[in-house]
Design a protein around this ligand. Structure first.
Ligand code: NAD
Length: 453
């Protein structure tokens, strides 16, 4: 099938590459000329396991092209995917500028039937707005072409995006019930057939419900994390181990094990903005989503938990003290620094006078770019990017772990103890066994595990 993807970011690139892998003819459009040039040179703008191979294989086979030519992009696809960013506006609402401008481009250039598939995360009702814009441009141009707007939200996880796209738990598609909507359903059924071969994974629904489903999913996941983080802080006070509690409740099938890990707070581009956008949608209807407001507040506070623990142990004035930090990206297997808890930790350590030695297996370049905005030149002079995790320990008072990269899960504890000034670990992801740490003579501060430390 002929597919156009408008917006070649995380979602657009992965979607385009994975659809090309199934034999589709995919045209990826982006306004960012540098990104398109990089892709055309065989480069990949993001770190995502497995993506390089899929992109290069399909590019070389001629099934995946990258361009900034809007007219050619709209002409190419019978299905036009919108996968542009929907960043948060100042009031927390989703900024739809890019989505609506993609709709305008479609309306300005289309000449025959199109299925417009919204993959970006957008507030309920956006499908209608996209349709109105396209319809308005067609009327202005006097073009007699039909189209249908479909909502097909994306559930891939950064760090496992290719795998998630190729083997989705579910595919959510919202479509209209009119003639064009039924035609759109047929085309979408064909497009997703390779992903539904073993069992049917598609949930068909109306457009508004599909738009809502994406927000509901992210809000639920964020709620589970904040719930566990709040309980972890109580566990610290009452002498319980949140890891034992997690296993104890997760084995109840009504609760399940996923997303029950206490830690240093959730980050990334999606949970924070989607939780806020859903709250904002509610406020437009004079409703207040009390649970979601608490989810957000708890998370903001949780991002400070490591800084608080460090200062409780080493004092508020950290001048002249150095700390090793392992992990910068907001989660493993990505170089994405958006909303990363490490940024909050570093801000607190630097403000308290400390210097830091940081290491991340893939996010060092991205972190350097982001820190150049977060910190002044003087402050940056107190942030050392080091070549490996063990190098970060030399001359440091303690080690702080922020991101649970696999390479940090079974380190050489004897070496950690020998290289640090004090054998102290603040573990923001509860990677280690407190009892074992005690045996190594390491002072261990997990999240919600004070019973054991
Ligand atoms: P991104 O910022 O990585 O990519 C967006 C791309 O769109 C950019 O390259 C930008 O240059 C391009 N763009 C903007 N306006 C354009 C236009 N008018 N025409 C052509 N290109 C344009 O964003 P992303 O992370 O891929 O997210 C895209 C959407 O998918 C968002 O709504 C996001 O909430 C949602 N989503 C993201 C993830 C994720 O893990 N990143 C997961 C699920 C859903």
């Amino acid at each position: 099938m002929r597919i156009t993807i408008i917006g070649t970011g995380y979602v657009g690139l992965v979607t385009g590459a994975c659809l090309a892998e199934q034999g589709n003819d995919v045209f990826c459009l982006d306004l960012d000329a540098a990104k398109i040039a990089l892709l055309n040179d065989g480069g990949i703008p993001i770190h995502e396991p497995g993506l390089v191979d899929v992109v290069l294989r399909n590019r070389n086979a001629g099934r995946l092209v990258f361009s900034s030519d809007i007219g050619a992009a709209v002409a190419h696809g019978e299905l036009l995917f919108i996968a542009v960013g929907t960043p948060p506006d100042e009031d927390g609402s989703a900024d739809l500028t890019h989505v609506l401008s993609a709709a305008e481009s479609i309306g300005r250039h289309m000449t025959g039937f199109k299925v417009v598939v919204d993959k970006s995360t957008v507030p309920v009702g956006t499908g209608d707005r996209v349709g109105a814009i396209i319809g308005g441009h067609l009327a202005l141009r006097g073009v007699d072409a039909t189209f249908s707007v479909v909502s097909n939200p994306e559930f891939l996880k950064e760090g496992a995006a290719v795998e998630d796209f190729m083997r989705p738990d579910r595919i959510v598609i919202g479509h209209a019930n009119d003639k064009e909507g039924e035609r759109a359903r047929l085309l979408m059924t064909q497009l997703y057939r390779p992903f539904n071969r073993h069992r049917e994974r598609t949930h068909w629904m109306d457009v508004r419900s599909a738009e809502f489903t994406k927000y509901a999913a992210n809000a639920m996941l964020a709620t589970r994390i904040s719930f566990m983080n709040e309980l972890a802080n109580l566990a610290d006070q009452v002498g319980a181990d949140i890891e034992a509690v997690r296993r104890g409740i997760g084995s109840d099938p009504r609760i399940g094990h996923g997303f029950l890990y206490a830690g240093a707070g959730y980050g990334g581009s999606c949970f924070p903005k989607d939780v806020r956008a859903l709250s904002h949608t509610a406020s437009q209807h004079d409703l207040e989503l009390l649970i979601l407001r608490a989810v957000e507040t708890v998370n903001e506070r949780q991002k400070q938990v490591l800084g608080r623990k460090v200062m409780r142990r080493f004092g508020r004035d950290l001048a002249g003290k150095r700390f090793a930090v392992w992990g910068l990206s907001f989660k493993p297997n990505t170089d994405d620094m958006r909303g990363a808890p490490a940024r909050v930790l570093l801000r607190e350590l630097i403000d308290s006078g400390a210097s830091v030695a940081v290491f991340d297996p893939v996010a060092m370049d991205e972190a350097a770019r982001v820190f150049a905005r977060d910190f002044t030149a003087d402050e940056l002079a107190r942030i050392d990017f080091v070549a490996g995790p063990m190098e970060a320990l030399d001359g440091a008072e303690a080690l702080v772990i922020v991101t649970e990269w696999k390479a940090f899960r079974s380190p050489d504890f004897a070496q950690i103890k020998a290289r640090l000034n004090y054998p102290v670990i603040f573990d923001g992801r509860n990677l280690f066994q407190p009892q074992l740490m005690a045996e190594y003579g390491i002072e261990y501060h997990g999240i919600g595990r004070s019973a054991l430390t």
